[in-house]
Design a protein around this ligand. Sequence first.
Ligand SMILES: [Zn+2]
Length: 672
Amino acid sequence: MTNPLLAEWTAPHALPPFDAISDAHFGPAFDAAEAEGRAAIAAIAEATEPPTFANTIEALERADKLLDRVAGVFYNIAGSDSNPEREALMRDLAPRMSAYASEITNNAALFARIQTLWDARDDLDLSAEQARVLMLYHRSFVRSGAALEGAARDRLTEVKSRLATLGTTFTQNLLADERSWFMPLSEDDLEGLPDFVVASARAAGEEKEAGGPIVTLSRSLITPFLQFSPRRDLRAKAFAAWIARGANGGDTDNRAICAEILALRAERAKLLGYANFADYKLETEMARTPDAVRGLLMQVWEPAKSAANEDAQILEAMLHKDCYEGPLEPWDWRYYAAIRRKAEHDLDEAELKPYLQLDRMIEASFACANRLFGLEFAPLDVPLYHPDARAWEVTRNGAPVAIFIGDYFARGSKRSGAWCSAMRSQSKLDGAVTPIVVNVCNFAKSEPALLSYDDARTLFHEFGHALHQMLSNVTYGLISGTSVARDFVELPSQLYEHWLEVPEVLEEFATHADTGAPMPRDLLDRLLGAATYDMGFSTVEYVASALVDLAFHEAADAPADPMQKQAEVLEAIGMPRAIPMRHATPHFAHVFAGDGYSAGYYSYMWSEVMDADAFDAFGEAGGPFDPEIAAKLEEFILSAGGSEEADVLYTKFRGRMPRVEALLKGRGLLTA
Ligand SMILES: [Zn+2]
């Protein structure tokens, strides 16, 4: 029997044959792909011809072709539709893939060839893209420890392998906590909840076979519950479970894991000659230094904190008016903020929600991409990995651009959050390879599927990442699509959110689920007028998390007790008591599930400085669909991948570096 993961993919668009792939295929496919990669690497390293860009760097680009293909399918499915077999394989693969990567960077003969090319780089007659790719290979080998020797090298390999395992365990613990908790709601408990929350609670109860409506820890259910439930006792109970994720004691407790991760990261940085992990991590980012990061965060923190403290007083007065004593608590904030929003802006989610149909919002995201970049989307009837996932063929002037897969609904087997990944990345080293791009969300399932405004923004956000992958136009996979500095990667996604705020987009696509009527102008005005409402809260919860992340990684010696360190940081910045961190340490997956956003959670705000400033460029020109600015956006940002440094790309697009004022204005924090 042939393994469909290893056979030629002959389906249209060379899509993976999902209907032929079973869990039993993954293990052997990884074995075969790893062996093939290992042989390819050995052939490069042991070649007798002197190194050239083609026989070394381009050969490296090709070495893991099969592994990329197998991993592209597996990790996408394992993240969005896990089961015990997939989880077991993930645990098995984490140290194995880390060891494989270390084996490559520890290959002295291979590194010697790269070093030779690097030393001779000015004489190799390389294109700009090739020079960049060579620099990135050399830098990544050095940063992985290729220049280390003996015990230091061995220890670094051990550290990296252990970190990979800990990251996987962290994620699985979190998922276990999120899955195991739910709170049954009696019919009385549903009183005061809008229909859509009741519908989601019932749907969640059915999925869990709980025999009635429930609240789960899925963000798209618990957030509206905290917002709308007049039952303070139930809010307190749900909130307590929500913030306890990863800190419930027992087998799934993440606190000791966090401490070990931080210690190992500090050790890794020291082995490589850096003072601390933040220095190491930020070297390749647009921000470059911890001081630059803190500088930006603190510029935003003070005005955000003042706004939040003013809001807290108003909300606390509302609490007291409801005959409760004592201070405003974190489980009160969303509830009273929603009432206040209704009073001040006459806007509530329940009135808005019937106008935000998932399918219409998908259409809206496609329509904007059509006007801006000429992309067209046609539904594709192909077997996928789960019945909820859907696919579209993306073309421009009839030419294939990409396959786009949208997997929107929450389910128990999906990890929380929303993300974009490429199951296959764009490249053209060996002929045009069009990408397969996946957007995964966790929207509550209902019939018809309705979104909150926040959900709709998430949809646009992930679609912005998808455009970065789909419009990528580079030769080498290494720098394809979203393979850019971490603090630059959120620019396309956060920028795309702005098109949801364009009135003509909502006018066309926000139509009522029952009547088909467009959103009334007056509701639209109130929605957009409330755009900066409660920004103190959302800025504070975010910046606090980013500052804790930075503090964790900035010290030469990692904190022995991260929870204690977290408390100290929050104390020092004067964290408002009724606002929790957006992600507290035991469930801060950005920082602990992997290395991606460690010492990097600030990136969203760094990118927001740019997205606010970049969207202003459209306003300064002919409006949100200005063709000239759209063309520049595609040329210098969306198609360019990591072909140049982020600040160079941005300056080419905008004519100058970004300024923080547009962000403060956009968040309504400039008044102070
Ligand atoms: Zn993002």
